[in-house]
Design a protein around this ligand. Structure first.
Ligand SMILES: Nc1ncnc2c1ncn2[C@@H]1O[C@H](COP(=O)(O)OP(=O)(O)O)[C@@H](O)[C@H]1O
Ligand SMILES: [Mg+2]
Length: 278
């Protein structure tokens, strides 16, 4: 009997830690920013992060400002490389392939595969249609029927099609804040990503637009791996399958969202989610 239980336990542990099942895996990952002037201090934005994100799941990332949440997202698709003082440590694996250790990684393909939505929707001074078609066209798609289809499906999947289908040629600048943010999600989708990362995507939106974005994310998770950084703990609880709590560059706790919000293991997690600091 004991032997049976041991084997079963082992099996369970194996599946819990089945590393190949992770879409994104942070492996002892750290981020430092070197001082930009002599004598300045090194900023350790992230230290020794071990974290797996499953496919077709939403990971909510919470924590007070400067805890490293943005650095975490920007490291996945190597947007941090744009900072000359950025120094990564450890690695991030996407589908088991290292993002930093690979010498011949195609960064453009990586950024398509892991798309990013920012807090403030970035709108190109073009029509609604062109805001979506721009990326695929740059990537070499010049077929109008194919672009039409791509634009329509991206706008549908981002839950904004019904609101814009009769005015695709109008300037995107005519859209509301919430519609612009869903347009940005559509733009990421048009590049056929696997991973969608969002950095506080509703921090500038009203509650109704926020609810639409949350609805959109919950629908999208059937197809994508989603990492949602949010300054809104209630939002993390509403949409995340898992939640990770960061503090001063460290991952304090990561678990099923229901567990984090009912019986967190760490007192600091509890203090944060109950609003005692933030
Ligand atoms: N390019 C940079 N150069 C120097 N320090 C940076 C840079 N980007 C971020 N940091 C620092 O890294 C830490 C984590 O920042 P960030 O990842 O933006 O946290 P969060 O998104 O949780 O607010 C902060 O102390 C911030 O000042
Ligand atoms: Mg941030």
């Amino acid at each position: 009997m004991k032997e049976f239980m041991d084997t079963n336990l082992n099996k369970n542990n194996m599946s819990e830690t089945n590393l190949s099942a992770a879409k994104v895996r942070f492996d002892n990952f750290s981020v430092s920013f070197l001082p930009d002037k002599p004598g300045g201090a090194i900023v350790e934005a992230l230290s020794g992060i071990n974290l797996s994100v499953g496919d077709k799941k939403i990971l909510s990332v919470i924590g007070p400002s400067r805890s490293g949440k943005t650095s975490l997202l920007r490291s996945v698709n190597r947007l941090n490389d744009l900072h000359p003082n950025f120094v990564p440590g450890g690695d991030i694996l996407i589908d088991g392939a290292p993002v930093y250790a690979s010498s011949n990684i195609d960064i453009t393909a990586l950024r398509r595969k892991a798309g990013m939505v920012f807090a403030r929707p970035v709108i190109l001074p073009l029509s609604i249609y062109e805001n979506i078609a721009y990326g695929p066209r740059l990537a070499g798609n010049n077929s109008k029927p194919s672009l039409d289809e791509l634009v329509e499906s991206a706008l549908k999947d981002a839950y904004v099609w019904e609101e814009v289908k009769d005015r695709l040629q109008s300037p995107a600048a005519s859209l509301s804040g919430g519609q612009r943010q869903r347009l940005c999600i559509a733009r990421v989708l048009s590049m056929r990503p696997d991973i969608i990362m969002l950095d506080e995507p509703t921090s500038a939106l009203d509650p109704v637009s926020t609810a639409k974005i949350e609805e959109t994310l919950i629908a999208l998770k059937s197809k994508y791996c989603i990492i949602l950084v949010t300054n809104n703990v209630k939002q993390a609880a509403r949409v995340g399958d898992k939640t990770a709590f960061f503090l001063m560059g460290r991952l304090i706790e990561h678990d099923d969202t229901s567990k984090i919000f009912t019986t967190p293991r760490d007192e600091r997690t509890e203090n944060y989610i109950t609003g005692r600091f933030g």
